[in-house]
Design a protein around this ligand. Sequence first.
Ligand code: CA
Ligand code: CA
Ligand code: CA
Ligand code: CA
Length: 268
Amino acid sequence: MVKNIKRTGLSTQYRKSLLASLICGVAVMFSAPLVVAQSGMDKPKKIENTPFSEFTYLQAQPRVDGVLEKQWESLPWFPLDQLMVGSVADKDDFSGRFKIGWRKEGLYLVAEIVDDKLIDQYADPLVQYWDDDTLEVFVDEDQSGGLHKTSYNAFAYHIGLDNQSADIDDEGNARLYNDHVVSQWRRHKNTIVWEAFIKLYDDSFDHRKQNAPVKLKAGKKIGFMLAYCDNDNSPEREHFYGSTFIEGQDKNQGWINASVFTPVTLVK
Ligand SMILES: [Ca+2]
Ligand SMILES: [Ca+2]
Ligand SMILES: [Ca+2]
Ligand SMILES: [Ca+2]
């Protein structure tokens, strides 16, 4: 464009005006990505402001069918609004909230998700499952915290649109844990109601053996986090939003480190 300005013999004042526009344009080009990146990080919630610290006992068992029934009415909604990976999503692209209740046999979860495009581009549930639309349930049965990438100290169940749940096993391989999580979702206009029942296993779990889930009771302390991987059109996920504020620059720690989960007490 500078060559064109010289070639067309424009007046000095007009050249200055064009140059000023160019400089502004370049400045906007370089500043725009920074604004996007910062706007996802500029209002981090402090850990003490995490909106949930207790999960309530459910008097009646919800049906895991993608329909929000009256069993859920008395429980509070919690937001899925903490950006961990990717860009800030507008509310039609992704927004979400969830409720959790518990009974002796496990945790019951319902999430309301707005996502403008559902994709499952990697058909194999063990391949790049975090880059498909995925509801991710992080749970640490004994609130121990600590690393869990290749151990059963904690789980990060990636529930795909096919309702299968994947995580990394204690040998570092992707594995399905479909007997740990029952999942069903259904679209209701522009909102997805996604329900799941999650059994909790302690760190003695061994996929080579028969394992019994832990029976839950009031006063039990667990670590928990929920997240949604939203992808619409990209090889990798576009947004990864969670329930829990994570300190520091690297927010994508939940799949490795249970210390970033929210400490929760089960109450009656
Ligand atoms: Ca239901
Ligand atoms: Ca989306
Ligand atoms: Ca643990
Ligand atoms: Ca999506």
